[in-house]
Design a protein around this ligand. Sequence first.
Ligand code: SAH
Length: 465
Amino acid sequence: MLLTITTTYSPATDLGFLLHKHPERLQSFELAYGQAHVFYPEANRKKCTAALLLDVDSVGLVRRYHGQVRDNFALAEYVNDRPYVASSFMSVAIAKVFSSALSGKSKDRPELVETPIPLSAKLSILPCRGGEKFLRRLFEPLGYTVNAERHILDAQFPDWGESRYFTVTIDKICVLSELLTHLYVLIPVLDDEKHYWVDQAEIDKLLKHGGDWLSEHPEQESIVNRYLKRQRRLTRQALAQLRETDVDEIEEQTQEEAQIEERIGLNEIRLTKAAEVIKESGAKRVIDLGCGEGKLLRKLMKVKQFEEIVGVDVSHQSLKIAQQRLHFDRLPEKQKERLKFFQGSLCYRDKRLEGYDAAAVIEVIEHLDPPRLSAFERVLFEFARPQTVVLTTPNVEYNVKFENLPAGRFRHRDHRFEWTREEFQSWASDISNRFGYTVVFHPIGEIGENVGSPTQMAVFTQERF
Ligand code: SAH
């Protein structure tokens, strides 16, 4: 079983520092169930590949873990796929052999550890229970480009059909610890099997390695469920813990941003204006993309003209808070029928987003990684294609006016960028040209001399031919 990690960062051989393994040496490690070897099939300034080869001792495995192998076919204990595929053994090996890299530590090169670099990981054989679709649903929301090649069951008997084994490559520009962490958690999830007993300690491991990305992952429940070997009690507990920390964090961050913008009640002005523009457009069916805790939904609910109001967010937790705040469960039947929620990412084409008169995208784009922004543009303007789009984002020029915001800092910890008026307007104009919309800009909030307003709004209207 082979895992290779390749970078084209320059100098690529820095991968050796990141992994704490010298490119010129073969190193071997004893593990409880076999051996792991690390070597570099290619190492030059332009390209460097590190390989982690696992040599699982299948006989030792059966002796050691006897009683845990499920198949009741006696030979199955010896003749099984474990030595040849990526499984929880690979995760254990990653944790042992690359422990500092996994935790993102480096004594010698701390700046390197923090630098996102182009990385490509290839797993020679990865069992994917749930098929390629599930494989993609795990890695793509994390920003990876996924390549998967499915293997047939037996080359001599093609009629037997396809197996659940894939050769998989995932690519992303990120820090190495992020890639290793995702592999560490998601390999056993795909395999849907673990070679050791799962208990409370496993929840801690999952929260340690998944705490910061799992809470926003659309497949959060399947990941947790499979990671914990489908033990209901542990799964419930882990999900509750994930959501708890996350709810606190969402509220804390929102409060921080609110404090910075508070002086002018900016949020209120922004949402009121958005609701007004949508009403004026004549829309009846409205979708709030990245609805967060549902503040705009609350305003929209008050307008009778809107017959259908939908809140979409990538975060389960935010949707849960929105439902609680709007007392969704206790709404009278007629109101309840007007309001819908669904969880999804705006970076993936989604049929559920189609067919609305108007869409609101309020303070959302700055939360998207710049490379994902073009996916979002197509999802909204090419595929969902609402008649009207009301979109807001901070105007970074105004930040100098916020006394409690240190220079150079964004207003919210999760903002990936904040644009000047020119940047925003050229982005929005480009979109209108490409997708057949017209766009009008509105300043939102008090206008400062030379810096414009704190929020900038673009209203896109689909051109009719
Ligand atoms: N529109 C709300 C919330 C803004 S905060 C308001 O104005 O109050 C940004 C929201 O976008 C968060 O709730 C976050 O979960 C959501 N979000 C971030 N990335 C997303 C994505 N890719 N798809 C859907 N929602 C996303």
